[in-house]
Design a protein around this ligand. Structure first.
Ligand code: 5GP
Length: 192
């Protein structure tokens, strides 16, 4: 999506440790007009698919998923909640995810009543790097018996392994911008 690539070039910064900072429009301040056009683009890319729900993960996925839901008939958005520790009472699906940016593990839960076996979902998230966050959400979908129709990512870092592995596993993964390389020293960013 050319517009998203332009936003990244104009307003993103490359940090040491292969981190792309896009808090001016995606991760802190939210550009709702951009989110709306991203949702429109995913609606085009996933056209013809049955989508009963959108699944995402807090925090940055929520805004994007909610605006996107408007392009899928205002289906409900369910977000996985993050906890440092949990008391499982059997009412939640739970998994552990490693955070790339924070270099720590955290637990995520989704209430069982919000995912019904046989439902069709798309997963939406802001970033794809090594795929830890998505693999956690996929695990929850498998436990819940829902069908994953597709995965929509705003920014994929194509030089990390998550995207390649998910495509090899057969998921319909639609990333709106794929960063092929970036350089913290020069600030240069190249797209696939
Ligand atoms: P993964 O789990 O695929 O390794 O990383 C994806 C998650 O880590 C995203 O949900 C996002 O929160 C965070 N993340 C990974 N890489 C970056 C990055 O370069 N910039 C930002 N802003 N977040 C990232």
């Amino acid at each position: 999506m050319k517009e998203l690539e332009d936003y990244i070039i104009q307003r993103g910064t490359v940090k040491e440790g292969d981190v792309l900072k896009v808090d001016a429009f995606l991760n802190h301040q939210c550009d709702v007009g951009l989110f709306d056009r991203m949702g429109e683009e995913w609606a085009r890319l996933f056209a013809g698919k049955r989508v009963d729900k959108i699944l995402t993960i807090e925090a940055s996925g929520i805004g994007i998923a909610c605006v996107t839901a408007r392009h899928f008939g205002s289906v409900p958005v369910v977000f996985a909640k993050k906890y440092q520790s949990i008391n499982l009472d059997g009412e939640q699906y739970c998994t552990t995810i490693h955070s790339y940016t924070k270099q720590t593990d955290f637990h995520v839960i989704v209430g069982k009543r919000f995912l019904t076996p046989g439902e069709h979902v798309i997963i939406i998230d802001d970033f794809l790097a090594n795929g830890c966050a998505l693999n956690g959400l996929i695990e929850i979908c498998e436990a819940a018996g829902v069908v994953i129709e597709g995965i929509g990512i705003a920014i994929e870092k194509g030089f990390q392994n998550g995207g390649r592995e998910l495509r090899e596993r057969g998921y319909d993964l639609q990333s709106l911008a794929i960063v092929e390389s970036m350089d913290a020293a020069t600030g240069a960013i190249e797209f696939r």
